[in-house]
Write a protein that binds this ligand. Structure first.
Ligand code: UDX
Ligand code: UDX
Ligand code: ADP
Length: 467
């Protein structure tokens, strides 16, 4: 029979583990939730007033549960020992070297965490894979656990991929479209699945909790992200056609999205998608397809990422072209550094690609983002220390406001759709720019007519030169 989960441990206090388990704690006051991480600084931040990640609504959730049934700690072993159920929510970046470099997921953090569970556990546990991982990872985790467990300890592995999107994580967790749980189809596997189902059933309607086999669960996560990203690449490919013909991508996307078979979401053209998931998951799918000797399938999905790269470089080239084919020495304001609004996360942000492009062209860039720290921007510009900072330092300024970033800029490039960029005093900005003053809207959020009336030369993704 399924056990009653009383204590949960979450290994990994990042963008996924933190918000997810904070919400579980809030919604399940009878369950003790401990989130552990090796990173002391991160845990200290979770225990302070300045949480390590920016996410609307997160502060309130953490404040309501922390110290009652929600705890943050670096004592990984204690967390493991006490728990009946353990979420593994560590990072799984794309491998940088070795077999599958550039495609396959690097599972070293996951394996280390799994080994730790096997070594430390003194009683049976349900181990839940929450990080996005390639298919059959649960199987690998099971092998590691079984090979290293103590007598009398058994482990059940579940796959429970997280579908929250950053910027709306709390909303998504409060009212998920679905919760997906994969398990082995044995009685023991089904019991473990039911134990986790009961946790979610505290606030998620039962019919939204889907229970499937382990591999279906793992593949569904990759599939969902690949298909969402595919929609964006499709609309971005169409945006290039719009620019060449005078059609308007917002009008096209609206008309297409009205088809109930299609739906309106994820059809917004942009400078390209970013974030820690889309590219990584598609590349995982590509790698998986190759390993399964399905090269045509691999090629199909790879094209989604290639289109995204094309969109970013197409936009960057457009900036250079429009500024009379050279931006050497020119000041370019970059508005927005995060990969989308309402997050401070910059992983795979298109703004990074654009900045590198502009720096290669010897421009001077001035960056503003309301949520990303100066340190983080420098980590991104230097690829976490792989690129020397000294040579680019004279060309980079990081500003505290839009006005400061745009002062004297020959081009203003909107990279993130932050709400504050929609209500700027453009006349004032225009008064402080040399002529001609160029604006490039990489997110289709600006009022092109109004800006043109002020005097700006406006370039928007997915619209021709005619208004
Ligand atoms: C299509 C468009 O749906 C319609 O809006 C347009 O006006 C004309 O083209 P049609 O070709 O008549 O309509 O049928 P549709 O239902 O779209 O099916 C097209 C093909 O896709 C069929 O062979 C169908 O079997 C196949 N299909 C459809 C699938 O294989 N899977 C699906 O999920 C849906
Ligand atoms: C995504 C999935 O949405 C989520 O379900 C999964 O759990 C993790 O990956 P996330 O990356 O946090 O979430 O944000 P998302 O809203 O999907 O945006 C990803 C990127 O696509 C962003 O750069 C966003 O700006 C871009 N995007 C999104 C578009 O360019 N156009 C759109 O219409 C939607
Ligand atoms: P995600 O977006 O998937 O949540 P993050 O990088 O934000 O990824 O978070 C993953 C967290 O997992 C990091 O804070 C990292 O320190 C932590 N972590 C990685 N390996 C381990 C481990 N073996 N034990 C505990 N924490 C770990």
């Amino acid at each position: 029979a399924p056990i009653q989960v009383k204590k949960i441990c979450c290994i990994g206090a990042g963008y996924v583990g933190g918000p997810t388990c904070a919400v579980i704690a809030l919604k399940c006051p009878h369950i003790q939730v401990t989130i552990v991480d090796l990173n002391q600084q991160r845990i200290d931040a979770w225990n302070s007033d300045e949480l390590p990640i920016y996410e609307p609504g997160l502060d309130e959730v953490v404040k309501a549960a922390r110290g009652k049934n929600l705890f943050f700690s670096t004592d990984v072993d204690k967390g493991i020992e006490e728990a009946d159920l353990i979420f593994v929510s560590v990072n799984t970046p794309t491998k940088k070297s070795g077999i599958g470099a550039g495609f396959a997921a690097d599972l070293k953090f996951l394996q280390l965490a799994t080994r730790r569970i096997a070594e430390v556990a003194k009683s049976s546990k349900i181990v839940v894979e929450k990080s996005t991982v390639p298919c059959r990872t649960a199987d690998a985790m099971r092998t590691i656990l079984e090979a290293n467990s103590k007598p009398g300890c058994s482990f059940d592995i579940l796959s429970n991929p997280e579908f929250l999107a950053e910027g709306t994580a709390i909303e998504d967790l409060f009212a998920p479209d679905r919760v997906l749980i994969g398990s082995l189809q044995t009685q023991q596997g089904k019991d473990a699945c039911e134990a986790l189902t009961q946790v979610y059933a505290n606030w998620v309607p039962r019919e939204r909790i889907l229970t499937v086999g382990l591999w279906s669960s793992e593949l569904s996560k990759l599939a969902a992200n690949a298909m969402l990203a595919q929609r964006i690449s499709s609309v971005n490919a169409l945006s290039a056609i719009c620019e060449a013909t005078g059609a308007n991508i917002d009008e096209v996307a609206y008309a297409v999205g009205k088809d109930t078979r299609m739906g309106s979401k994820f059809l917004k053209a942009s400078v390209g998608f970013g974030g820690s998931c889309f590219q990584k998951d598609i590349l995982n799918l590509v790698y998986l397809s190759e390993s399964l000797h399905l090269p045509e399938v691999a090629k199909y999905w790879r094209a989604v990422v290639e289109m995204n790269e094309y969109q970013k470089s197409r936009f960057a080239n457009k900036v250079v072209d429009t500024l009379f084919n050279t931006i050497t020495g020119k000041k370019i304001a970059i508005l927005g550094w995060a990969f989308k609004k309402d997050t401070g996360d910059t992983r795979e942000s298109p703004a990074i690609t654009l900045a590198n492009h502009f720096l290669n062209e010897k421009a001077r860039i001035n960056i503003y983002d309301p949520q990303v720290s100066k340190d983080q921007i420098w980590l991104d510009l230097t690829d976490y220390g792989d690129i020397p900072a000294e040579p680019i330092k004279p060309h980079v300024t990081i500003s505290q406001s839009v006005e400061e970033a745009c002062h004297n800029a020959e081009a203003i490039v909107v990279c993130t759709e932050w709400d504050e960029f929609k209500k700027l005093d453009w006349q004032k900005i225009y008064d402080n720019c040399p002529r001609p003053a160029f604006v490039f809207d990489g997110r289709l959020i600006l009022d092109r007519k109004a800006l043109t009336n002020i005097g700006f030369k406006v370039t928007t993704i997915g619209t021709g030169d005619r208004l």
